[in-house]
Design a binder for this molecule. Structure first.
Ligand code: GLN
Length: 476
């Protein structure tokens, strides 16, 4: 087994040829996790005996059958702990499977364990976990990117063949960029959020972190589709495409838009150069490149950090010390004190900051000035994208303005929020986007991976993946 190149495709081939059994490949990954995880802190829980509900799988029809995967610890797996990397849910055990998990189980996927994240998925570095940060496999003095920090690091270090993450403002694409792997955020409503611990429901979306674009398409084939258990899941009248079908198709003649706002002040020089080189590659593949402008994108971070805290303050009201998780041991003298003490003890500083910001933004007298205004600007941002997509197939640019920062470098909340400058507008508009590796930056004596982002129209994941695949092959 050559683990460094283990993809879904290659493991499926190996299983089909009988080169190894499911039990063997799972055991192999368990041994690797045992050895490597203490260095990276990518996994919060490691399953002793991944339930192989895979006895009836067919390797010919299900590419995921027997292929070991990791799951971000804010996605429920029945009878397993789901902490969201928060003290308040430290002992919480999931009573049911998230729909995405149920679908993976049906496909015969064995789960290796649950991966680390910023508490309740709030963060861009992975440092806001109550259980310690995940370190970047390319340089352990640096962050792996958040919030799907453990999923990104686990795939990059091959402690899983692939992983699930969630993305509200960049949480799949940021760790993919920092760790040098592929991260796909599907269109809002394509993958069910049922069983994903809610952060900001109008933006949250589950998606895959993989080593190749083809693997991302394979996972999407398995998890996409309508779910009546999620009110934001979009009913699709026709059958969903096979997302692997067009990967090979030439992109000659496709129209690619490059927004000048994605190359703004604050963009690292090497990241800029690598993104320009990727764009030149697209042109050499026959794509037609134009510079465009998305003027409202300038307001995206400000809008995002009003809307997200507002939804957070509502979604996290349920953690009251009674219905879920940790209840304070203090002799609280009233019901209100039980709430206050449990939340004070159980929630971390970034989560508290967002609850306070959101409560403020939603309060009487401020609602119109903040929340309502942010929603209006959100529509303008979406309109900007709609105008571009009337003429272009995809929009491209860097994923994050810089390679992985050092631990502690983004301690200032405002600096951390700015990491989302290229990723959060996509969630505000509900669009699908992918980050693929486009090369390495030389930083100190290390080579740090850099991601390139491709964005497509709503539900146009097939074209998104086609462009990503073509570029990935050309960059090899
Ligand atoms: N960094 C962003 C935030 O902190 C994105 C988080 C996410 O996508 N879950 O909100």
């Amino acid at each position: 087994m050559n683990n460094s190149v283990n993809t879904i495709k290659s493991v499926n081939e190996g299983l089909k040829k009988g080169e190894f059994s499911v039990e063997e490949i799972v055991a192999d990954y368990q041994a690797r996790i045992k050895k490597e995880n203490p260095k990276l802190n990518a996994y919060l829980s490691i399953f002793d005996s991944p339930k192989l509900e895979t006895r009836n799988y067919k390797l010919e029809t299900s590419l995921l059958a027997g292929v070991p995967c990791a799951v971000k610890d804010n996605i429920l797996i029945s009878d397993e702990k789901c902490t969201a990397a928060s003290k308040i849910l430290e002992k919480y055990v999931a009573p049911y499977d998230a729909t995405a998990i149920a679908r993976l189980k049906q496909a015969g996927a064995p789960f290796l364990g649950k991966t680390n994240l910023d508490e309740f998925a709030m963060g861009a570095t992975g440092e806001h976990s109550a259980f310690g940060p995940t370190l970047n496999p390319h340089d352990t003095s640096r962050v792996s990117g958040g919030s799907s920090a453990g999923s990104g690091a686990a795939v990059a270090a091959d402690l899983a063949v692939y992983a699930l993450g969630s993305d509200t403002g960049g949480s799949i694409r940021e760790p993919a960029s920092f760790c040098g792997v592929v991260g796909l955020k599907p269109t809002h409503g394509l993958v069910s959020r049922h069983g994903l611990i809610a952060m900001a429901s109008s933006l949250d979306q589950i998606g895959p972190i993989t080593k190749t674009v083809e693997d991302a398409a394979i996972v999407l084939n398995n998890i996409a589709g309508h779910d009546p258990m999620d009110s934001t899941s979009v009913p699709v009248s026709r059958e969903l495409p096979d997302y692997t079908a067009n990967l090979n198709k030439s992109i000659a003649g496709l129209k690619v838009a490059v927004p000048k706002e994605f190359f703004s002040e604050g963009l690292d020089n090497q990241v800029n150069n690598l993104a320009q080189a990727a764009i030149a590659k697209l042109e050499s593949l026959g794509a037609h490149i134009d510079q465009v402008s998305l003027p409202m994108i300038e307001y995206a971070v400000a809008v995002y950090y009003i809307i997200v805290p507002s939804e957070v303050s509502a979604n996290l009201a349920r953690y009251d010390g009674i219905k879920y998780g940790l209840s304070s041991n203090k002799k609280s003298s009233s019901l209100l004190d039980v709430y206050l003490d449990s939340r004070a003890e159980g929630l971390g500083p970034e989560v508290k900051r967002r609850i306070m910001l959101g409560t403020y933004a939603l309060s009487a007298g401020y609602y119109d000035a903040y929340y309502l205004k942010a929603q209006k600007v959100r529509v303008l941002i979406k309109n900007d994208f709609d105008k571009i997509f009337a003429k272009y197939d995809v929009v491209v640019g860097p994923t994050v303005p810089y390679p992985a920062p050092k631990l502690g470098e983004l301690d200032d909340p405002l600096a951390a929020y700015l990491a989302d400058v290229y990723t959060c507008p996509i969630n505000l508009a509900g669009l699908p986007a992918i980050s693929i590796p486009c090369g390495f930056a030389d930083v100190e004596d290390k080579k740090l991976p850099v991601g390139f982002q491709i964005i497509a129209k709503h539900f146009d994941e097939a074209k998104l993946l086609q462009v990503a695949y073509n570029l990935e092959q050309a960059l090899k």
